[in-house]
Design a protein around this ligand. Structure first.
Ligand code: COI
Length: 353
């Protein structure tokens, strides 16, 4: 550790309250969190402290004007039980891109990485080791000015907390192509991991759930014709010649770290991956002809979420059974093996702690 942070350890661990054989995503939090405040144009000294509630004024500006961003990343254990992070610098870089887009201060790499590493080392006993599980890490930053009025806040708080998790989606998902609501438009903040981008997905997802779907597929705001991402993941489609399609990073979708990892793994295995605008009609035509072999979402939380049903206008396309899916099963297994160091880390994605 080269920068110094304060350590305030809790006196009694809560780890016995966690049933590691039965973890529900996002419901249980580890013993500590990392916090650092930004005041008067500078980051103060960071601190690891017991996980717990924080007090703020009702005028907290992020609650009113939405300057709030976050990341999702994961820690694992290697074969010898040593803690490690998967591609932390990719998340760090995206965090600062989100901060810039939202007019918030960027955080220095050393501060982010030191806080993250020391926190995960301290709470390493909370890293679950069952296949498909991990310690989910949630860095986030929000505006803390006690102020009513629309202008960037002068003060911010950055926190990282951790939750032991299993799969976000325990089974293949049913999705509906969204043609009424829009997530992002050119020039908006679609590429930022801003809290508001998730806030606006709640209503459309609620409506889709009422119709029996788990998620929506966002389409472009101009024509509702081009696939963007799902409410929780980036998207991939596998055609019958094993060409893999994924929407291009056009500024309206999130630059997913799992998305990028999948593209790199697929290209390394000689798959033809096309990053481009994907007309939903192209997917529907392939599905009608039985030429859509696989479709899945990718994300830190979801890892690989297989799609079993796609509903588009009045049609429902049922995809081939999940067990036989060559591409998504291979990506799921390979990513899991890299993350837990069961196979060689040939892309340099692992940071040992
Ligand atoms: C993640 O994949 O880490 C996200 O932030 C998405 C959310 C569904 C948890």
């Amino acid at each position: 550790m080269t920068i110094s942070i304060k350590i305030n350890k809790n006196t009694q661990s809560r780890i016995n309250l966690c049933d590691f054989n039965n973890i529900e995503f996002g419901k249980i939090f580890s013993d500590h969190m990392f916090r650092v405040d930004y005041e008067d144009g500078a980051w103060k000294t960071g601190e690891i402290l017991p996980y717990g509630n924080i007090n703020f004024s009702p005028a907290l500006s992020s609650l009113h004007y939405g300057q709030a961003i976050f990341e999702g990343m994961k820690a694992f254990k290697d074969e010898n039980g040593r803690p490690q992070l998967f591609r932390p610098l990719a998340n760090f870089e995206r965090f600062n891109l989100s901060a810039e887009r939202m007019g918030m201060p960027t955080i220095p790499e050393e501060l982010f990485m030191t806080g993250l590493s020391e926190l995960v080392k301290m709470d390493q006993d909370w890293i679950p080791t069952k296949v498909g599980s991990a310690l989910y890490l949630r860095p986030f930053m929000f505006a803390t000015d006690d102020f009513v009025g629309v202008r960037p806040s002068n003060n911010y708080t950055f926190i990282i907390f951790c939750c032991p998790v299993n799969s976000y989606y325990p089974k293949p998902i049913k999705v509906k192509v969204e043609e009424k609501y829009t997530r992002a438009f050119d020039g908006m903040a679609g590429a930022a991991k801003a809290a508001g981008n998730y806030g606006i997905s709640m209503r459309p997802t609620m409506e889709a759930k009422k119709e029996g779907f788990d998620q929506i597929i966002w389409t472009d705001g101009r024509e509702h014709k081009y696939v963007e991402e799902s409410g929780t993941t980036n998207l991939f489609f596998v055609m019958d010649d094993y060409t893999v399609l994924t929407p291009a990073l056009d500024g309206n979708i999130l630059k997913g770290v799992t998305r990028d990892s999948c593209i790199k793994l697929l290209r390394d295995a000689n798959y033809n991956v096309e990053e481009r605008h994907i007309n939903i009609e192209e997917i529907a035509t392939a599905a009608r002809a039985g030429k859509l072999l696989d479709a899945f979402g990718t994300g830190t939380a979801a890892l690989i979420a297989k799609i079993e049903t796609i509903a588009y206008k009045n049609e429902r396309f049922e995809l081939p059974p999940a067990e036989g899916r060559k591409v998504s099963n291979w990506l799921y297994d390979t990513l899991g093996e890299i993350q837990t160091s069961k196979v060689e880390d040939k892309f340099g994605w692992i940071t040992k702690l």
